[in-house]
Design a protein around this ligand. Structure first.
Ligand code: SAM
Ligand code: SF4
Ligand code: SF4
Length: 340
């Protein structure tokens, strides 16, 4: 099995299938200055499948389709079906903003998609507009219901918690997810990219999220399923009765988890990126389009992984504690291009 410099295997692949999106979330993209990739720059489905097969040979077991918004890429179901045929792939998942999920949930399920995560930061239409700079809350809620009807289990809701924006919605989101049987993942606001005006004061940390939850829920810690998981898990049960909620907190700012990070990312234009906070990646599209054999492709990926020593979030926490952290010191790839 291949390992990086810190002895971490490669297990999870996040595949960005497009940088296009129908929303403009303030924490994800530089709205005014962003330049979209051109169509010919983007990997074809055949190239994506070939690259994924190579990663699976190196040890990847889980693949997550992301973006940009993966459901704006036409015919995404065809890619799902092709990836599902790969031997050795244990799980195929998708992260979506769900604006288009209502009409696609059943075909995605039929194509072989195993799991779905829906990003939803608020239940209030005005706050939704403020965060995403678009309308669309109703279509997202309809998308979530359609995913449940299509049989996806579990359905996870991802909520990025940003102080002064939606931190007052921690309890309403718990109630909403509890009533519908959705799992809820609270995500600490991160300084990915360069343009989201991240400040430490805007981060609502895991401890504070749990404190808020405890005002109305009993909190039982259930740990991490696997060491490389991003979320620490909890079972939250309403103090006044009712169904419990499976909660995860992705505390990459206040409780980083680089030590066991086995995630690799591929951008829509075929750059392999070994950390969410990388400034650059390695262009594999050139290798794919140069007629390389499968062995040559595997060797190229091995060479990238073997020299990986990323642990950005751990370094950031040390610097935050020393009061030396400057989020702008390193130019980072924008989240909309990198995939979450
Ligand atoms: N468009 C899809 C969506 O929104 O679900 C997939 C791509 S999006 C980049 C993937 C995830 O990254 C979303 O759950 C989003 O909330 C999260 N994300 C984006 N910017 C973030 C930030 N600054 N801090 C924390 N999470 C962020
Ligand atoms: Fe689009 Fe997702 Fe980024 Fe929002 S978080 S702008 S939905 S890619
Ligand atoms: Fe992995 Fe980089 Fe995130 Fe650390 S900061 S968990 S190395 S992606």
């Amino acid at each position: 099995m291949i390992r990086d410099r810190l002895e971490r295997p490669v297990r999870d692949l996040r595949l960005s299938v497009t940088d296009r999106c129908d929303l403009r979330c303030s924490y994800c993209m530089p709205h005014a200055t962003y330049e979209w990739l051109r169509r010919e720059e983007i990997l074809s489905f055949e190239e994506i499948v070939r690259l994924t097969a190579s990663f699976v040979r190196l040890g990847v077991e889980k693949v997550r389709l992301t973006g940009g918004e993966p459901l704006v890429r036409s015919d995404i179901e065809r890619l799902v079906a092709k990836l599902r045929e790969l031997d050795g792939l244990r799980e195929l998942a998708l992260t979506t903003n769900a604006t288009r999920l209502a009409s696609k949930a059943t075909t995605l399920r039929d194509a072989g998609l195993d799991r779905i995560n829906v990003s939803l930061d608020t239940l209030d239409a005005e706050t939704f507009r403020r965060i995403t700079r678009r309308d669309g809350l109703d279509s997202v809620l309809a998308g979530l219901d359609a995913a449940r009807e299509a049989g996806f289990r579990p359905i996870k809701v991802n909520m990025v918690v940003e102080r002064g924006v939606n931190d007052h919605e921690i309890l309403p989101m718990l109630d909403y997810c509890g009533e519908r049987g959705f799992a809820l993942r609270f995500i600490e606001f991160m300084d990915v990219g360069n343009a989201n005006a991240w400040r430490e004061e805007k981060v609502v940390g895991a401890r504070e999220i749990l404190e808020t939850a405890r005002t109305r829920y009993a909190v039982e810690s259930t740990g991490r399923d696997e060491a490389s998981d991003t979320a620490t898990r909890f079972r939250l049960t309403p103090l006044d009765g009712g169904a419990s909620v499976d909660v995860g907190i992705i505390a990459s700012v206040t409780q980083p988890f680089c030590t066991h990070c086995s995630r690799v990312r591929v951008t829509a234009e075929g750059r392999v990126v070994t950390c969410l906070f990388s400034s650059t990646g390695t262009d594999l599209k050139a290798v794919l389009r140069s007629g390389a054999t499968d062995d040559e492709l595997d060797d190229a990926l091995r060479a990238i992984w073997r020299v990986r020593d990323d642990r950005y979030s751990e370094e950031r926490l040390a610097e935050i504690r020393d009061e030396t952290y400057d989020p702008k010191r390193r130019a980072k790839i924008e989240m909309i291009r990198l995939g979450g």
